[in-house]
Design a protein around this ligand. Structure first.
Ligand SMILES: [Zn+2]
Length: 124
């Protein structure tokens, strides 16, 4: 799961979860947290429908990719997913050559120098 294919990576659109679908998510593991594998007390503990493969890592927004998780457990995973998604996006940006050039154009917008129409170079 750590490896993300650069070409297929994209954020999947998230659909709203109805109570009925939330129940289906719960039934997938019988109320067991998919992250820590302990039972979730649905009355006393907050839980969420966790996307096993994060949407921003190209995971599907359907039941096959969802399972219940404690809110606290999910927070840790979400943080890790964001970290990985950030790295994967940077990798993709480099792969498709969309990164900003490290060298600025002489007298370009990011340069401290400016060439006037008359040809005179002045400091910005
Ligand atoms: Zn848990």
């Amino acid at each position: 799961m750590a490896f993300v294919d650069v070409e297929q990576m994209g954020t999947t659109a998230r659909r709203k979860l109805t109570p009925h679908r939330r129940l289906q998510v719960w039934e997938r593991t019988g109320g067991r947290c998919v992250l820590c594998h302990r039972m979730i007390d649905g009355v006393r503990e907050r839980w969420i429908a966790e996307h096993i493969r994060a949407l921003e890592l190209g995971g599907a927004d359907d039941l096959s990719n969802m399972a219940p998780a404690h809110e606290a457990c999910a927070l840790v995973k979400t943080k890790d997913d964001h970290h990985r998604a950030g790295k994967a996006k940077l990798q993709k940006i480099r792969y498709i050559g969309a990164e900003a050039s490290e060298r600025t154009l002489p007298c370009g917008k990011d340069s401290p120098w400016k060439r006037k129409i008359s040809g005179v170079i002045v400091a910005r």
